[in-house]
Design a protein around this ligand. Structure first.
Ligand code: ADP
Ligand code: MG
Length: 391
């Protein structure tokens, strides 16, 4: 898959509408994690260097298609300004006369952050009228929001019908690395899947059947697999209506490739004070909750990771938000960090867990900024925002 890049464009004095994914996690007025912001900087820098006037679009949270002051992007503008080391003009809308007026006489290299696209109902509906309004104030469109590429919204897809459209540097890199995993992954190829629900991960598991050599299954996902084997899972989180999905995967997957945890760290309730108790996967007591992979499973998983030449990881191995149940995720994270393999990680909580454990992004080959978008890309689905950017 080859995308139309921005590298060879002459943009002097051109107004570029740049779609980023600056949907940053913000709590109590403080940005909690700047991964997405940092990932977007190279494209903004390049466009400025080329003399463009950069009008940035992003969504933030779920305001439901109407104005809600708590979803304004002012704090994001401040964080962006600090990261770029330059002034960022924040406007109170993303369309209309205000934008037209305020952007009509800006110097090349200027950066503007437009207000939350999701204040307009036309954004999620991909309304052509709204898309046209977005397009009106710019000469061309650049999309660098890989994290939103699986959604056909006005600011990701609709607008491409009205402006010449290109892929930013992050978008190009995401597609390049993820394509490699689909076409030329080196063996042994290890896919690590964890997290909360099997239905969000079964697509990628099935996609890599016959391609990956090892599947390491953790998180509440593993509980569903254990339940599907007919073992009791106590009070654990699992998907009772998806046992057949787990069973079908287990039947199609060669036995030596499927690595389910042999033991689990459990507790009778989920609390910061809880002490982890270990139980074998076929002896989970009725009053226990399986909250992490146990020590034997950690060792087994780490052994597989050590051998791997290619690693994909999505989803924490346990309830990592509580220290007592973060050991499995830590063991896996450290093993992947140490590995020389091509390692690609994705998923909001997976990235959060890495940051919490003090591991640096440089220790992994690629940290995808797309959770859902990465999974859909790897499942072989067509991402609606990518199609208009194809070379
Ligand atoms: P990602 O965002 O990386 O794709 P998910 O959203 O699928 O990951 O899953 C992350 C969530 O799964 C975390 O909140 C974590 O606490 C939860 N989780 C993982 N293992 C368990 C478990 N055994 N029981 C309950 N919740 C779990
Ligand atoms: Mg998540």
């Amino acid at each position: 898959m080859k995308l139309k890049g921005i590298q060879n464009l002459d943009l002097t004095g051109k107004k570029v509408l740049l779609r980023l994914d600056l949907n940053l996690p913000i709590k109590g007025g403080v940005v909690q994690d700047k991964t997405r912001l940092t990932a977007a900087l190279p494209t903004v820098d390049l466009l400025r260097k080329k003399g463009a006037i950069v009008l940035i679009l992003t969504h933030y949270g779920r305001p439901g298609g109407a104005f809600h002051p708590e979803f304004k992007v002012d704090l994001i503008a401040e964080a962006l300004s600090e990261a770029l080391g330059t002034e960022v003009l924040k406007l109170d809308d993303c369309i209309g006369e205000l934008v037209e007026e305020k952007t009509s006489s800006l110097e090349p290299g200027s950066v503007v952050l437009l207000e939350n696209t999701r204040f307009h109902p036309g954004e999620k509906k991909n309304d052509p009228l709204f898309s046209k309004e977005l397009a009106k104030n710019a000469d061309l469109y650049v999309n660098d929001a890989f994290g939103a590429a699986h959604r056909a919204h006005a600011s990701t897809e609709g607008v491409t019908h009205y402006l010449e459209s290109y892929a930013g540097l992050l978008m190009q890199k995401e597609v390049e690395v993820l394509s490699k995993l689909l076409s030329e992954a080196e063996s042994p190829f290890c896919l690590i899947a964890g997290g909360a629900k099997i239905d969000t991960k079964i697509g990628i598991l099935n996609q890599f059947l016959g391609k990956a050599d090892d599947f390491l299954i953790g998180g509440a996902l593993a509980n569903t697999f254990v339940a599907a084997q007919g073992h009791p899972v106590g009070k654990s989180l699992y998907q009772e209506d998806k046992l057949n999905v787990a069973q079908a995967f287990a039947e199609s997957c060669p036995e030596q490739s499927l690595h389910l945890p042999d033991d689990f760290a459990c507790a009778s309730e989920i609390s910061e004070e809880a002490h982890a108790l270990n139980f074998g996967s076929d002896e989970i007591p009725d009053d226990q909750i399986m909250l992490d992979i146990g020590p034997d499973s950690q060792e087994a998983f780490v052994d597989v990771i050590r051998q791997a030449k290619t690693i994909i990881w999505n989803g924490p191995m346990g309830f990592y938000e509580i220290d007592a149940f973060s050991e499995g995720t830590r063991a896996v994270a450290e093993a992947v960090a140490k590995s020389e393999a091509l390692s690609v990680l994705g998923g909001g909580d997976t990235i959060d867990a890495i940051a919490k454990m003090g591991l640096s992004v440089d220790q992994f080959s690629h940290i995808s900024t797309g959770g859902g978008a990465m999974l859909e890309f790897l499942e072989g689905k067509t991402l609606p925002a990518l199609t208009p950017l194809l070379a």
